[in-house]
Ligand binder design. Sequence first.
Ligand SMILES: NC(=O)c1ccc[n+]([C@@H]2O[C@H](COP(=O)([O-])OP(=O)(O)OC[C@H]3O[C@@H](n4cnc5c(N)ncnc54)[C@H](O)[C@@H]3O)[C@@H](O)[C@H]2O)c1
Length: 277
Amino acid sequence: MTSPQMAGKTVLVTGATNGIGKVAARVLTQQGARVVIVGRDPAKTERMAAEIGAARFVIADLSVQAQVRQAAKDVLDQEAQLDVLLNNAGMYLNQRQETPDGIEMTWALNHLGYFLLTQELLPLIRATPQARIVNVSSAAHTMGRIRWDDPEFRLGYSGWAAYGQSKLANILFTRELSRRLAGSGITANALHPGMVATGFAHNNGSRISRVFSLLRPFAKTEEQGAQTSIYLSSSPEVAGMSGLYFSNEQPIKPAPQALDDAAAERLWRLSEEYVNR
Ligand SMILES: NC(=O)c1ccc[n+]([C@@H]2O[C@H](COP(=O)([O-])OP(=O)(O)OC[C@H]3O[C@@H](n4cnc5c(N)ncnc54)[C@H](O)[C@@H]3O)[C@@H](O)[C@H]2O)c1
């Protein structure tokens, strides 16, 4: 009998209590990985960890920097290796909100959450041969641009623009991370899961929510939507591939603004300022 594909590997999945992250965590567990999930709500996360068969769970609101650091510390203290970090937790917000750190929520969770968790876990990731970092972005990045002078939309908020910016940031972050990790054996890739019938932006009264409801019959199921995340986390086909953007298990070209290396470097420095305040 051959051993399961991910036997002996440790995987951390964020946003694993719902949607794409939940399916990815479940399938990677079935593939033999030791899966640790991160969730916000203690009772729900405990229940989902049991349902998924996860090895362990960590509680954190990933929009709050102290909680990201605490979650990473928990993983560094408890885990001997980290083969895959799947940054997946994200949301769309109709109205502008700020985190307890005083940072606009979409920027704080969708971008800085990925950035800071990855930074904090890098010592363990670096100690794990051939580790992979997988960042869930979106085709919504094509409509995004980085507001260098106002990334938190203090001058006027649009949920769609904030979401597009954050998903563009996911790809730029992945590019710069990949460049910085060159030669280490660690890979970093981003992906679009497709339009997926999850709880994402569901029934929140926004225009996007209404569009999502209309398109729901044409959307991917959660199982289909998790495929590219699972593929990048576990397939031998992508070993050594890095700095790329995938959709439907294929590398594809993102929008031109996501291929701007100067912007990727600038975003890195801006993000460092945010997490080192
Ligand atoms: N559903 C789609 O059509 C679609 C399309 C493109 C990209 N995406 C991306 O896929 C990813 C997963 O989305 P989904 O569709 O599964 O959505 P979902 O709403 O079903 O799941 C999102 C997960 O993130 C978690 N989360 C939200 N805020 C959090 C916080 N502050 N701290 C910790 N966890 C938090 C939620 O608890 C949930 O588990 C997101 O990054 C999203 O941007 C989704």
